[in-house]
Design a protein around this ligand. Structure first.
Ligand code: DAH
Length: 331
């Protein structure tokens, strides 16, 4: 075996095929599936002890890699032409074919940006299902059956009894995660949510939300505020005007909505947030005497309006290439 290895080493040192056919001959000689020298070496290896196999296996693999690299280099040099004419007509100086490069959708760009920002402050990213049951989407979030607050989110039901639906918000991920893990934790989740809102500014039945929640001992509203300031300022890369407005959500107490100011859009509401309601913690077996937490839900389309100075929210899903190709430089 050592002798064969030495021979191969010598041969590849002088590896210099004249043309494509010569190169192909050499390829078969070394790497041919049945009688290639490297192939035969691997076959011979089977007879060796485990220790020898390790040593020789490594050497043979390195040789194989070296040969493959050489073949690749020479195959560029000896490009294979179908006939003489093609060879004569080949003009290496002619410009290449232009290949259109795609771009990421603005919603995906913002999504990745938000993940990046939260990972830096110790949040972990999780996903949740878009098809949910009533308990995770409503009941466990302190929205009992027949409670008027269900009216806030006109729902697409897939089945009734048991009720299976398209999640109306990403807050259901809170329940899924909290049910399985013990605090402390800092979690972020982003995805599609579905509501029957033909007349609202969402323009269609689907939009994206980012959900964040943090549970530990002594988490307070000031932690929530600082986290939101950090997020918004990081996204815009500068200090922006933010205001917290008192609001109502069944799953937080107290609750607030956050507006951002821009000269083109004025004040625009971009998220809901608050301190997680003790009833919600009880539903997932977390003791609210010991732990507290905050949560927030951000509308990604809305946020992107402010970032990109977009006027009409319907533009995201019209598939107008003139709009979409403007995001090419983003990655
Ligand atoms: N789930 C709410 C919605 O879709 C948004 C929201 C508000 C999420 C407050 C939260 C929160 O986590 O704390 O309208």
């Amino acid at each position: 075996m050592e002798k064969t290895i030495d021979n191969i080493k010598k041969e590849i040192k002088n590896f210099n095929p004249k043309d494509y056919y010569d190169l192909e001959k050499l390829r078969i000689k070394f790497l041919g599936k049945k009688k290639g020298m490297i192939t035969l070496l691997f076959k011979e290896l089977k007879k060796f002890t485990l220790h020898e196999k390790k040593i020789f296996g490594k050497i043979i693999n390195e040789l194989k890699k070296e040969i493959q690299e050489k073949i690749e280099i020479f195959s560029l040099k000896h490009k294979c032409f179908k006939n003489k004419e093609e060879k004569l007509n080949f003009d290496p100086s002619s410009p290449g074919k232009f290949i259109e490069i795609g771009s990421m959708h603005p919603i995906s760009i913002i999504k990745n940006r938000i993940i990046e920002i939260f990972i830096k402050i110790g949040f972990s990213y999780v996903d949740g299902p878009e098809i949910e049951d009533d308990w995770h989407n409503f009941t466990a979030l302190n929205i009992p059956t027949d409670h008027p607050s269900r009216e806030m989110q006109d729902t697409f039901f897939l089945y009734k009894n048991p009720d299976i639906l398209l999640r109306t918000h990403t807050s259901s991920v809170q329940i899924r995660y909290m049910k399985k893990h013990h605090p402390p934790f800092r979690i972020l989740s982003i995805g599609k949510v579905y509501r029957n809102e033909t007349v609202s500014s969402h323009s269609n039945f689907m939009f994206h939300q980012a959900e964040g929640f943090y549970i530990d001992k002594k988490v307070s509203f000031s932690d929530l505020k600082q986290t939101i300031f950090y997020l918004i300022n990081s996204i815009f890369g500068k200090q922006v005007k933010i205001r917290f407005r008192p609001s109502y959500f069944p799953f937080t107490e107290p609750s607030a909505e956050v507006d951002i100011y821009s000269s083109s859009n004025g004040w625009l509401e971009v998220m809901g947030c608050g301190m997680i309601d003790p009833n919600v913690l009880k539903n997932v077996d977390i003791d609210s005497e010991i732990h507290s937490g905050f949560a927030f839900g951000i509308g990604i389309e809305r946020l992107a309006l402010m970032i990109y100075n977009i006027k009409d929210i319907r533009i995201y899903f019209n598939n107008d290439i003139r709009f979409l190709e403007q995001f090419k430089s983003e990655f």
